[in-house]
Design a protein around this ligand. Structure first.
Ligand SMILES: Cc1cc2nc3c(=O)[nH]c(=O)nc-3n(C[C@H](O)[C@H](O)[C@H](O)COP(=O)(O)OP(=O)(O)OC[C@H]3O[C@@H](n4cnc5c(N)ncnc54)[C@H](O)[C@@H]3O)c2cc1C
Length: 429
């Protein structure tokens, strides 16, 4: 039986060929119940993809397998990947202890550390689409359709446009909810030699973790792939001088005995959630829909959720429900992304082993703002209430199985691990 929404979803466009756009195009190709649909995959090859995003959440493992049809080992090898079981925090919180945030169930579920270049490659090979290399000028709604205007003056009308054009050029309070209780806004990326090696033809199966190392100007991620090790220093360019950050980065590499590196990029980033991720004929996905600093690697998993939910609704719901469903779906997406934002910002609430300008700024000025900035009347989101509920749950003497399932962005088990690790236990937001 053909699903209810399919007849009104014959012509689809995906804009963007980064991780989010590639995931969206492969998802349409694989999941569309009608093989005769039209899919235009549109991108401007002169606008580069961001090219970072090397840590995922466990659902990525099964999703890549389902979309590509490739065996798990083949996917991991093609991604030059390793198995990520969680994040190891070094120097965070007030207990002067290191701790790990494991995926749940602990030491059983894993995601990939993956090469951003190769994940788009395997997804593109799983996509059946007409490719259009042309700059998009604008995307707008016209009744239940979306119209794309191209730079050459031409235009095309679609039943659904998945817009994955990356970060917005600038933030606009009408369009974006700012996550101003996250204290960082810039990354320096360095690529270093690999510290893990495949043996023969087999993928590297030993557990690996993303390291999140607190540093005087912020923190550094260390992601082990078999092709290289990625280091990224995340800091605030309004608080720290970039030359001081570079010099502290050198010191960390020195202490890790890394002898050489390739300087890859300096990337400014916004922390925000789009107020209209889903509007019916238009969905904004990936970095176009929401972004927050990469501490908990929430971007690819956000794109998975945005794309999965939008396609599920559009395939399965009759078109007459399009504009009544859209606000509910949009609200659910906003709540989830805001939940990620609160979880990430909260990591700074107990400071770190450093008492530098950055950590004072993060702990004393930026995080306390969340009480005002995340209020439902500012954001239209119920995430703040759910965030408080996570801490209420952790104060209970016993949790029921039902409680274990509760989430604010991430499950209550993630809040428990992090609050014990940071040293804010009994927990408080
Ligand atoms: C420092 C850092 C570390 C990160 N680490 C992680 C991590 O560990 N895990 C994680 O999940 N995420 C991470 N991310 C997020 C990561 O960026 C995203 O997961 C991912 O790359 C999604 O990018 P995107 O596809 O949305 O956009 P992009 O990669 O920016 O792609 C945009 C695409 O749109 C096209 N385009 C843009 N404008 C136009 C136009 N006008 N017309 C036509 N085409 C256009 C471009 O050509 C390009 O193909 C990190 C981000 C940063 C900054």
């Amino acid at each position: 039986m053909i699903a209810e929404g399919v007849s009104s979803l014959q012509k689809i466009a995906v804009i963007g060929r980064g991780t989010a756009g590639s995931l969206a195009a492969a998802s349409v190709s694989k999941l569309h119940p009608n093989p005769d649909h039209t899919l235009h995959h549109i991108y401007d090859s002169k606008i580069p993809v961001i090219g970072v995003g090397e840590g995922g959440w466990p659902t990525l493992v099964t999703q890549l397998h389902e979309l590509t049809g490739l065996p798990y080992d083949t996917i991991q090898k093609r991604l030059r990947g390793t198995r990520k079981y969680g994040i190891q925090y070094e120097g965070w919180g007030c207990l002067n202890q290191d701790f790990t945030h494991y995926f749940s169930p602990q030491q059983l579920r894993y995601s990939y550390h993956l090469s951003a270049d190769f994940v788009t490659e395997i997804l593109q090979q799983a996509t059946r689409a007409e490719h259009i290399d042309l700059k998009v000028q604008s995307v707008s709604k016209m009744d239940d359709k979306a119209v794309i205007e191209f730079i050459d003056g031409s235009s095309e009308t679609y039943d659904l446009v998945l817009d994955a054009r990356g970060f917005p050029k600038e933030l606009d309070l009408e369009e974006h909810i700012l996550i101003d209780y996250i204290p960082t806004n810039t990354a320096i990326i360095r690529r270093c030699p690999p510290i893990v090696k495949e043996e023969g033809d087999q993928p590297y199966i030993h557990p690996t973790y993303t390291r999140a190392v607190a540093r005087p100007h912020g923190w550094v991620f260390v992601i082990p792939l078999v092709a290289h090790t990625s280091y990224g220093y995340i800091f605030n360019r309004d608080v720290s001088d970039i030359s001081d950050v570079e010099s502290d980065f050198d010191q960390l590499l020195d202490s890790d005995q890394v002898k050489e590196f390739e300087q890859r990029a300096v990337i400014p980033f916004p922390n925000f959630v789009h107020r209209h991720m889903y509007e019916g004929p238009i969905a904004r996905v990936g970095n176009a829909g929401a972004f927050m600093e990469p501490l908990e690697a929430t971007a690819i998993v956000s794109a998975q959720l945005q794309i999965g939910l939008v396609l599920h609704m559009r395939f399965n719901r009759d078109n007459k429900f399009l504009f009544t469903d859209a606000p509910m779906v949009n609200k659910f997406l906003i709540n989830t992304m805001m939940g990620y934002g609160l979880f990430v910002g909260w990591h700074y609430s107990c400071g770190s082993k450093y008492t530098t300008d950055f950590w004072r700024h993060a702990r004393e000025k930026v995080w306390p703002r969340h009480r005002n900035l995340a209020r439902p009347n500012v954001t239209g989101s119920g995430a703040f209430k759910k965030f408080d509920q996570m801490f209420d749950l952790l104060k209970q003497p016993v949790l029921t199985k039902e409680d274990w399932e509760k989430k604010c962005g991430v499950p209550v088990s993630s809040y428990a691990q992090t609050s014990q690790g940071l040293g804010c236990y009994p927990p408080s937001p």
